[in-house]
Design a protein around this ligand. Structure first.
Ligand SMILES: C[S@@+](CC[C@H](N)C(=O)[O-])C[C@H]1O[C@@H](n2cnc3c(N)ncnc32)[C@H](O)[C@@H]1O
Length: 196
């Protein structure tokens, strides 16, 4: 698969059937394309069809990006160039990395290192965990990502996680927020420092 060469990318990892990247706060976005990466071919087929024909662009808000592109890949090895992403957003992905309890931390650690390489200095990772049965605890995610070099820019819990969205009443966003486990859900916004 050819690497995507553009920079200032806006990336959603593991969107499943319904991408919600476009509903995040606008100040988080870069000026480049939106890329939706999932291992599941069917998810991407649906997204591609939805973007191209089924829904008006404002449903997914992909109209605010120069282009929107679904891409089949494993999130542990995303085919993007170093320092190419302004934002990488992952909703309920950490908990679905399909690893046993013992390996979770080392697996998230590898994942964090790969994302650190792909994010440009000043760019951000947005991790949203709401409903996964294997939810990765907030303190573990925070520890692993900050050890990797990220700094915590924002941290929201429970109902406050809506603050990462521009429109938390969009139907697709509400669907994810309404599923949340109140005690476990969180949104972490992590920045790659400019001086690193
Ligand atoms: C629990 S769903 C989350 C869907 C949506 N983001 C949400 O919050 O409702 C996890 C998604 O991540 C994808 N996924 C899981 N592991 C992956 C991997 N290693 N590489 C790429 N995609 C993966 C799955 O195909 C699925 O679409």
């Amino acid at each position: 698969m050819a690497d995507i060469k553009q920079t200032d990318l806006n990336v959603e990892l593991g969107p499943g059937l319904v991408p919600i990247l476009g509903h995040l706060r606008k100040d988080l976005f870069g000026s480049g394309p939106a890329i939706f990466i999932d291992a599941n071919r069917q998810s991407l087929k649906n997204i591609r069809e939805d973007f191209s024909s089924k829904f008006p662009p404002e449903i997914y808000r992909v109209d605010q990006f120069p282009t929107a592109l679904p891409l089949q890949a494993d999130v542990k090895n995303i085919p993007l160039a170093p320092n190419s992403c302004q934002i990488i957003f992952a909703s309920n992905l950490l908990g679905s990395l399909k690893v046993g309890i013992k390996e979770v931390e080392s697996e998230v650690n590898k994942y964090a290192k790969d994302l650190y390489e792909k994010i440009k200095p000043g760019g951000r990772i947005v991790l949203l965990e709401t409903y996964s049965p294997n939810i990765v605890p907030e303190n573990m995610a925070e520890r692993v990502f900050t050890t990797t070099g990220f700094r915590v820019a924002e941290q929201h819990r429970g109902d406050e996680i809506r603050h990462i969205f521009d429109n938390s009443n969009a139907v697709s966003v509400k669907a994810v927020l309404d599923l949340r486990s109140p005690d476990l859900s969180y949104a972490l916004v992590l920045e790659k420092p400019v001086s690193s």
